[in-house]
Write a protein that binds this ligand. Structure first.
Ligand code: FES
Length: 142
């Protein structure tokens, strides 16, 4: 679990540490994606770069514009990657950054025991409580 869904709005990103790895989590038009924050070129902080819409040219004089924020450009030397797949925009078969599965899950958490103890010190009545909400979950494996 890396964030509540409302922490990463459409067009936004959040850098997180998971299992000792720096990972960028992106919200592109309401869908969440995660890629490693380490550029395969020379290790630059890829996920700190600017995001763009992909442009393709199906025929001379024609172009298609994809969704905003799909392409991330490394701030060091400008290599570009698709945050949905981790593949390089220029060389998608050979060059890629690690992409991780992302899920949104509804979770209910018990309030930590320490919180109840604080209220007891104040001589207040306490009740069991739960915190509910949707969370972004990144699966990094081992
Ligand atoms: S380190 Fe990312 S483009 Fe060079």
């Amino acid at each position: 679990m890396v964030a509540r869904v409302d922490e990463i709005g459409p067009g936004e990103r959040k850098l997180v540490e998971v299992g000792g790895r720096s990972i960028g989590v992106f919200n592109v038009a309401g869908e969440y994606y995660a890629v490693r924050n380490r550029c395969p070129h020379q290790g630059g902080p890829l996920c700190e770069g600017r995001q763009f819409a992909p442009l393709t040219a199906p025929a001379p004089g024609e172009y298609d514009r994809g969704p905003d924020g799909v392409i991330i450009r490394c701030p060091w030397h400008g290599w570009e990657f698709d945050v949905r797949t981790g593949r390089s925009w220029v060389d998608p078969e050979k060059t890629r950054v690690k992409a991780y599965p992302v899920a949104v899950r509804e979770l209910a958490q018990e309030v930590p025991p320490g919180a109840a103890e604080i209220e007891a010190d104040l001589d207040a009545e306490t009740y069991p409580a739960r915190r509910r909400g949707a969370y972004v979950v990144v699966e990094v494996g081992r």
